[in-house]
Ligand binder design. Sequence first.
Ligand SMILES: Cc1cc2nc3c(=O)[nH]c(=O)nc-3n(C[C@H](O)[C@H](O)[C@H](O)COP(=O)(O)OP(=O)(O)OC[C@H]3O[C@@H](n4cnc5c(N)ncnc54)[C@H](O)[C@@H]3O)c2cc1C
Length: 371
Amino acid sequence: MGFDWIVVGAGFTGATFAERMATAGKRVLIVDRRAHIGGNAYDETNKHGILVHRYGPHIFHTNSEAVWRYLGKFTDWRAYEHQVLGLLEGKLVPIPFNLDSLAALFPRKAAARIERALINQFGFGKRVPILKLRISEQPEIRDFADYVYRNVFEGYTLKQWQLRPEDLSASVTARVPVSISRDRRYFQDTYQAMPLLGYTTMFRRMLEHRNIEVALNYDWKRSMLKGRHSRVLFTGAIDEFLDYRFGPLPYRSLRFEERTLQKLQHQPVGTINYPNDHKFTRITEQKIITGQQAATTTLITEYPQAHEPGVTTAYYPIPRDRNRLLYNSYATVAEAEFPHVCFAGRLADYQYCNMDQACARALKLASQLGA
Ligand SMILES: Cc1cc2nc3c(=O)[nH]c(=O)nc-3n(C[C@H](O)[C@H](O)[C@H](O)COP(=O)(O)OP(=O)(O)OC[C@H]3O[C@@H](n4cnc5c(N)ncnc54)[C@H](O)[C@@H]3O)c2cc1C
């Protein structure tokens, strides 16, 4: 059968694009080198009957009504607002660091003084990036910011990226600001929920379309269809697509350790961060985020590690100026040499994006290309 579009990668970007094009009457082949759909949002039931996120915990949150409505055609939702605690000085305190974290870790009078200073300078309810707090004109706020920087950001960033916060793009630390409030939610988005039956079920419904054919365990690198005339959306790694001709784009990888305990619940909240202790960064209790009812519970521990192309999985693009320049060289060549190929997604754009952003990008691209 002839295809109008070949989509490489069945994650959020590829599946959204494929569904839109198919619904617009185009015939689509979607391929993935993995044995499953869903990309990094893939979930499956482990041998203990617990639904686990195979590539790290994925919490859905968005301010986009269009994305919320679009995905809602393929899943019912379970309301869920994610909470994270960090182990600091032997105490579990809210992350993002907020006024409750301050009260838990500082002497009472000092905490009250700092709280007043923060509210006066920034206003109650504001979320302020740590690097901005560190350059405050008020010495009291600067000292407080130095404490938070050392105890919450520095160790975690070193573990996660093997770099100090100031050697990364400011967008990285800005993702987890200091919150001048008592709001314990990790995200503030309008819509926060988890797909009721999991992400894989949602993806299956997106791709169950008479105009879509799915081919798994199918690596585009070795495809016989390469160079034929269908249009291609490529959501894999752009440096790999171009045979690493300028050298590999740097990524961080992760190793996940899974253990199941014979108890109802182990942690007080979905995720606990360990900024300063241990080699791992965080532990997530699957049942808390998925809402599954079961007598046992599964915990996933994340160990950051170096990435080696072809050996480990590329998880996080490393956001630094020099890496962006390297990506730009790839993007320029890709556009010039492969005009029939569109590149989009976290690996093709070499850009961290949340699931809703990947979906929004694919919706926009599909609409620009006639869907
Ligand atoms: C640890 C971690 C936790 C995260 N948590 C959250 C979260 O809580 N909330 C949130 O909104 N976002 C989260 N994200 C981000 C989320 O994973 C991404 O937004 C999403 O995966 C982007 O989808 P994508 O389709 O662009 O890429 P992917 O999901 O990576 O899909 C790309 C697909 O392309 C396939 N592919 C690549 N090359 C080839 C090839 N040559 N041939 C065939 N197939 C190929 C891959 O196998 C993969 O399945 C997290 C990311 C990570 C790493």
